[in-house]
Design a protein around this ligand. Sequence first.
Ligand code: GRF
Length: 203
Amino acid sequence: MAAAAPIAVCCSGRGTNLEAILRAIRRGSLRARVAVVISDNPRSGALVRARAAKIQTAVILPAKFPSREAFDKALARVIERSGARIIVLAGFMRILSPWFIRRFRGKILNIHPALLPAFAGANGVRDALAHGAKITGVTVHFVDEKVDHGPIILQAPVAVLEKDTQESLHARIHRVEHRLYPQAIQRGLAGRVRIAGRKVLIS
Ligand code: GRF
């Protein structure tokens, strides 16, 4: 059997999606190995989770770099050294430079807590709630030069309840994310995903 494919996971926050990815790997539903967890935030919970799982971590501090591209070059070096085949953004709160996107085109995945193209941006859950949406959800997509814009791999809906707060809605969205992201990564690694313009064809 082929060795599990190495992936790099980039996180800024709590890292519950990272945890879900690690769980799917342990269960065998995701045939991957997290080669490195990278964060721009030294206080990210994802780093704690990665260390507990004995996974290599790297912290890259934006303040140490003169430009976005300089940061992204450091990021690319860590990823390339790790041998990762794909880059999984899991709550990574940075916009990647065109240089970075060109270098890794078709290999960067992101998860967004809304049904894109609705409620793009950093506050997808808050914005769906404020808009009075009845249905929102989760999108896993390839990353391109525009924010929350690249070709969509998988989506799943989440109903908005009248009594929802941002916290309660995000908690239900997270549960769906934790199921959807490992599935999308597995399909990508298994070569079952092909980009055709804006469409992602899944075999
Ligand atoms: C998720 O809701 C994801 O959709 C968004 O950031 C959040 C990250 O959560 N991009 P976590 O750090 O994985 O818990």
